[in-house]
Write a new protein. Structure first.
Length: 384
């Protein structure tokens, strides 16, 4: 088979780039008889070396979410005479007539777009995304949803035929790093965190590429409200607790950039910047609790990472990854700040409250993701 993969998002911050790289590399190694054609933007085309003989790179200098996607990209794809094209997002050319599989991670663009734009532009962009998703959802031969949560959204909001959708879970990025951290005692990890980051004492931890839908404002407001709680008077046990925030603010979301600026000198909130997997795993392991506050996550890599690291987790209920695990997790409604405040207070009062065994309900591995996606390709190609 000759499979095309639209990999123009590769190298961009966020989960979709990680999805593409892990999917392609695992699939190419498992199926050396097939050719995988990766369409890349100039930077990754020049810098990215896969060292896998059955991966071919093709330059596709077409901006993501641009009008050129609908004009020039179709010709670039067609030139390669593909058996099948996999677009691991929903930004495909609507006039491409070859066999196409599309991955939909979530429907975030229908609710949250760049806040750099004026209100009218934001509204028009949401309408464009809705129309494009609706057309592509009907045009694609098969849609891979990364969770049942996303699948249900596609059916309920876009009226996509359920028979066209197949759920294939993502793996966890750098899973081994998190599993290694889980082997270290909490006491030792906290000493390592203090040495590495010069941070002592209990802390909450959250991390990501921060955009409006990640609900950083809600997290900070809840944390501040928790600190001001008078439930224990002057001796409230929240005194001295920090909020550690990993990752960066997406430059297309000024509302989030403003939060970073507003709290950059706050003595209780510490911004750590981008963290590699090893450092993030240690922070997750040593945290009083990890928090995933998003309004919406089709999957949410932070969720399994925290649990693989042996950390406790308070998570938004709107997260696809919760389908795969149970154990040391508490859920809250992301629209309800008071609910998160109470769960933070409960954790401070009783640090052992979530320390239950992490139970994995399904298979989380990139090999499994790659194999299931490849079987979808094979079935579609065999149909001729």
């Amino acid at each position: 088979m000759k499979i095309g993969i639209d990999a123009r998002i590769l190298g961009e911050p966020g989960g979709i780039g990680a999805y593409i790289e892990n999917l392609v590399c695992n699939m190419a190694k498992i199926h050396p008889q097939d050719e995988f054609v990766l369409f890349l933007k100039p930077k990754e085309f020049g810098n990215k070396n896969f060292d896998i003989s059955n991966i071919k790179k093709v330059l596709a200098d077409v901006s993501i979410y641009s009008f050129a996607e609908q004009c020039r990209l179709k010709k670039i794809f067609e030139k390669e005479n593909l058996d099948l094209l996999h677009v691991p997002h929903w930004n495909a050319p609507v006039f491409y007539n070859g066999k196409m599989v599309m991955t939909v991670h979530d429907l975030v663009p229908l609710n949250f777009v760049s806040t750099k734009r004026i209100k009218l532009s934001q509204w028009l962009r949401k309408k464009y995304f809705y129309l494009a998703l609706k057309i592509l959802g009907r045009k694609a031969r098969k849609i891979i949803a990364i969770s049942n949560f996303t699948r249900d959204d596609l059916i309920n909001r876009l009226k996509i035929n359920p028979e066209k959708i197949e759920v294939v879970y993502s793996g966890a990025v750098n899973q081994k790093s998190y599993e290694e951290a889980a082997k270290i005692s909490k006491e030792d990890v906290r000493q390592m965190v203090e040495k590495e980051f010069n941070i002592s004492g209990p802390y909450f931890f959250a991390s990501g590429i921060w955009r409006t839908h990640k609900n950083l404002e809600g997290l900070i407001n809840a944390f501040k409200k928790m600190l001001k709680s008078t439930s224990d008077g002057e001796n409230f046990m929240g005194a001295g607790v920090k909020l550690l925030i990993g990752g960066i603010a997406d430059k297309n979301f000024p509302d989030v950039l403003n939060l970073f600026q507003k709290y950059k000198n706050d003595q209780d909130i510490i911004f750590l910047g981008i963290l590699n997997a090893e450092k993030q795993a240690l922070l997750m392991r040593g945290a009083l609790v990890n928090i995933l506050p998003s309004f919406l996550e089709g999957f949410g890599f932070f969720y399994p990472e925290a649990l693989f690291a042996g950390g406790d987790l308070i998570s938004s209920k709107n997260v696809g990854a919760k389908e795969l695990s149970g154990g040391s997790v508490e859920f809250f409604s992301p629209e309800n700040t008071d609910e998160l405040v109470q769960k933070m207070i409960d954790k401070i009062k009783n640090p052992q409250s979530l320390c239950r065994q992490f139970v994995l309900k399904g298979n989380i591995s990139w090999q499994d993701t790659a194999e299931k996606a490849h079987k979808i390709y094979q079935r579609l190609i065999d149909k001729n």
